[in-house]
Design a protein around this ligand. Sequence first.
Ligand SMILES: [Zn+2]
Length: 223
Amino acid sequence: MELKAKSDLYRDGDVVDWVYFPKTCLLSLIAGWNARGVETSMVGSEGAAGLVEACGSRKSRSNALVRVGGQAWRAPPDLCRDLALTDSDFAAAVLKLAELQLAEARRAGYCQTRHTAPQRIARWLAESIERSGLNPLPVTQDTIAATLGLARTSVTMHALELQRQAVIRYRRGYLEIADPERLGKLSCDCRAYAARQRSDIGLEPATAKDNLDLQRRKAGARG
Ligand SMILES: [Zn+2]
């Protein structure tokens, strides 16, 4: 199914009606809401939104929305719960996801208070392409501001600097990472931390590598 950017999936405390498994989209788990919300976990094709809750109390423990639109699968929460009770591999995957999202939520608090706005913007953009496999990304400066809890004017100023350094460029409403290596160097170390957690826990974005390989092949064919 197609999930459109900015769609609300749940509010904190809602009963989970569907569990969402991103294929090419990116979901955000958010503490707070609107201008005061901050992303505590990014969900790409390595994870799911609502899965841990479906296997527990069935009530969402965060707000969840679609940050980058794209394809996803969805499944009824009762089916996920039954699977977790009968299939040990599935139960192990749910525990891994809970472990990853807990680690990310803890780190989000650290990042918010210890790292600068330009570091956090670079980290979020770099991680977004790693976890979705999409480059260019269909994100606006408003998207970045809302995700990171930053003022729009601050995001505009730092995005202009990234453009000036030829790290990013805008094309028809898409943000393209022109220099991923440089973007990685500008990111705070939370990017490497998050990658290490995914590797340690054994949850890597399933489709991101395929998407990136496909885009590289297309770029090669054009070139
Ligand atoms: Zn950070």
